[in-house]
Write a protein that binds this ligand. Structure first.
Ligand code: GDP
Ligand code: MG
Length: 306
């Protein structure tokens, strides 16, 4: 446990960077790309990230701690309000802020609202124009100019989080921003998420991807038990909670095919991540009005009263 760190404590540097932006801008994809492994789940569906997840990257003598946040948007329901509050809290706690903008969407109302609020807070912000693989260069330059005119940004990067294009330059910059100070996490740690929670998140991602249109995002996954077996494999039991009895057959699919496919995809990814065989058992239960119950919020670090 108490192994010597590769850099003596007096030479260590540490930086806290909040990654904020509109839903779907590619924040989680970027955090995963910077960390070099999946720590936060990604889907084309907005509001996939529900709570704050930290990704941890070692760069030179620095430990860069990235705070992936839920997307910032106009919240209506209670769960949405809690998610947006978690995003702003993540930003307030961090030393630096990275604003991720989906370049293919341009400088839209969502991004404008976030920029206005960051200005109010008097923050120094690193602008990350993402998804440059989707747009033409001249459009990108126009977009950069209109964002730059806000006078908010200390640096601008144009990247594709998906392909990794431009990501090393951004990481080098974040490394430079890190101030002298001891590392906050062991240097081989990549995330602050407990494994059980990450495993539940992976299943939730697969369910989101499979059920794209059909189910509301009130679907919730919990890891109920985790057993390390003598043969080196793990048995993981999870429950997918839906809010209505009528949602069960959608999740099951014809002859149980849908849930089988979700389970198989989750298992494959868990095996890669854990580097061992996984026996994954998924159960489906109905828990009415999940998103209106206080207890579930504190479980995942959200504020019910936000
Ligand atoms: P978040 O809501 O901001 O965390 O966004 P995600 O990281 O979940 O990404 C939303 C969607 O955008 C996913 O389908 C990603 O695969 C996609 N995406 C993210 N980065 C890029 C990129 O650089 N290029 C393209 N083409 N798609 C991207
Ligand atoms: Mg996300």
């Amino acid at each position: 446990m108490s192994e010597e760190p590769s850099v003596p404590a007096e030479n260590q540097r540490c930086g806290f960077v909040a990654v904020v932006g509109a839903p779907n801008a590619g924040k989680s994809t970027l955090v995963n790309a910077l960390v070099g492994t999946k720590v936060s789940i990604v889907s084309p569906k907005v509001q996939t990230t529900r709570f704050r997840v930290m990704g941890i990257v070692m760069a030179g003598t620095a430990q860069v701690i990235l705070v992936d946040t839920p997307g910032i948007f106009q919240p209506r329901k209670r769960l949405e309000r809690a998610m947006v509050a978690a995003a702003w809290n993540g930003a307030a706690d961090a030393e630096h802020v990275c604003l991720v903008v989906d370049a293919s969407k341009g400088y839209d109302d969502d991004s404008r609202a976030i920029v206005a609020r960051l200005k109010e807070a008097g923050r120094q912000v690193v602008l990350v124009l993402n998804k440059i693989d989707l747009i033409k260069r001249d459009k990108l330059l126009g977009l950069t100019a209109s964002l730059d005119a806000e006078g908010l940004f200390s640096a601008v990067f144009m990247i594709s989080a998906l392909s990794g294009n431009g990501v090393p330059d951004l990481l080098a910059h974040l490394e430079k921003l890190a101030a002298p100070g001891p590392w906050m996490f062991p240097e081989d740690q990549v995330s602050d998420l407990p494994q059980r929670l990450l495993a539940a998140e992976i299943t939730r991602e697969k369910a989101f991807l499979a059920l794209y249109q059909e189910l509301p995002y009130s679907l919730h996954v919990e890891t109920e038990s985790w057993e390390e077996r003598d043969d080196g494999s793990a048995r993981i039991d999870q429950v997918i909670y839906v809010e209505r009895e009528s949602q069960k057959p959608i999740l099951l699919g014809k002859g149980g095919r849908q849930i089988k496919a979700i389970g198989a995809a989750a298992r494959t990814e868990l095996e890669e991540l854990l580097e061992r065989r996984v026996h994954l058992f998924i159960h489906i239960k109905v828990r009415e009005d999940w998103s209106e119950k206080r207890g579930h919020y504190s479980e995942i670090g959200l504020d019910f009263d936000a």
